[in-house]
Design a binder for this molecule. Structure first.
Ligand SMILES: Cc1ncc(COP(=O)(O)O)c(C=O)c1O
Length: 396
């Protein structure tokens, strides 16, 4: 098999030579002429039953060739038979819950916290007709019931970078399919399917697109599981727009370079932050003590570009004092982004539940971008010092 960088550049481009093109065509058609409507009907039937392609796409909610190229390229990087793309990461996660649980009457989910706040809220509210039991990773097996349809984990977890042993989760889940949100690691650093994970989910909005200009989600899985996901996608209309498919596919070509560059900077920043007087603690898989199960270098091939740290002073004051780092949610973009999970991405999760799952109130999450490390450090150092000094000033 070709190397990761080669596959990232060439995946999903198999039809280019026949088409005589160098860049992926963006097919914006919403409908496709079907002069023989019997043939069109048969194609519609195939797609409605979950086929990956048919004699005609018939209608853009059923299939789109630009999106299909991205799916093929992503599946290749994740080492799965196929992938199914959605209009956002949340649409992808919702589709997995619908396909694994509600569609077949197994309406119970077991999940390990912390999870991205949106995923947590979706499970906690039971919006899709499911109920949830949150369990510690090493107590999963006891939480599984006869009606459990899905086990949900994130590793490294959003926002505190907790690491979970995927193989142990798959074993504990037994016959229940496991969904791993692989958004933080990306397929560059981790391939959950290699450990028997059924559904590998990404918010493509993050590293896959990589430039903060496309919203999308994707599930890498087997052909069999993909059939049901495609049925959900068709019926709920949770499709990825072809322009989004094009941008995500283009993003994959530089994904390994971007992830490795961000990781080198993040490693440096994490080490420096751990020594900083304005910082109480740093969460980063590469720091001593952050990997109790010894997953770094095996399951997780590198510590990645995400880190989190607890500030001594007011985290909002730290964010306000930054001049270069972008104060914004999301992650995996070319610029470095900072956000306060308790206020933003995880706002809808109960404060007590956040604290219990290892997310302290003063935790800031940093998505390290591609800037020069010296400039990022100068910005973080100055902001943290200014707030710590204010914190230390005597009252009155
Ligand atoms: C780990 C993780 N999963 C899923 C999502 C949801 O993705 P989207 O915003 O593309 O719907 C996010 C968004 O922040 C995320 O961080």
């Amino acid at each position: 098999m070709a190397g990761l960088r080669t596959r990232a550049v060439h995946g999903g481009r198999e039809d280019f030579a026949a088409l005589g093109v160098h860049a992926a065509p963006i097919d914006l058609s919403t409908t496709y002429p079907v002069p023989d409507q019997g043939v069109g009907g048969a194609a519609l039937q195939d797609l409605a039953e979950g086929a990956a392609s048919a004699a005609s796409p018939v209608y853009a909610r059923l299939h789109n060739p630009t999106v299909a190229r991205f799916e093929q390229a992503l599946a290749d990087l994740e080492g799965t038979e196929t992938a199914v793309a959605f209009g956002s990461g949340m649409a992808a996660i919702a589709a997995v819950i619908q396909a694994a649980c509600t569609m077949i009457g197994l309406k119970h989910v077991v999940a390990v916290r912390p999870l991205y706040g949106g995923t947590d809220h979706l499970l906690t509210t039971g919006l899709l007709g499911t109920s949830v039991t949150y369990a510690a990773a090493d107590e999963l097996a006891a939480a599984i019931r006869p009606d459990t349809g899905l086990v949900v984990v994130e590793t490294p977890a959003n926002p505190n970078l907790d690491l979970i042993d995927i193989a142990a989760v798959v074993t504990a889940a037994g016959s229940v399919p496991v969904m791993v949100d692989n958004t933080f690691a990306t397929p560059v650093l981790q391939n959950p399917a290699a450990y028997g994970v059924a559904y590998v989910v990404h918010s493509g909005t993050k590293y896959l697109g990589g430039h903060g200009d496309v919203l999308g989600g994707v599930v890498a899985c087997s052909q069999t599981l993909a059939e049901r996901l495609r049925q959900v996608r068709i019926l709920t209309g949770a499709v990825l727009h072809p322009l989004g498919g094009y941008l995500l596919h283009r993003g994959l070509a530089t994904l390994p370079l971007r992830v490795h560059a961000a990781q080198a900077t993040a490693s440096e920043l994490a080490t420096r932050l751990a020594e900083h007087p304005g910082v109480l603690s740093v969460r980063y898989p590469g720091l001593p003590g952050s990997d109790p199960h010894g997953l770094l270098g095996t399951q997780l091939r590198g510590p990645g570009g995400m880190l989190a740290f607890e500030t001594v002073g007011d985290p909002h004051a730290v964010v306000r004092a930054l001049k270069l780092v972008t104060p914004a949610v999301s992650l995996g973009s070319v610029d470095t982004l900072i956000e306060h999970p308790a206020a933003l991405t995880h706002r809808l999760v109960d404060d007590d539940d956040l604290a219990a799952s290892g997310v302290p109130a003063h935790l800031l999450r940093l998505s390290v971008g591609l800037e020069d490390v010296a400039d990022l450090w100068a910005d973080l150092d100055a902001a943290l010092l200014s707030v710590r000094d204010r914190h230390l000033e005597p009252a009155g």
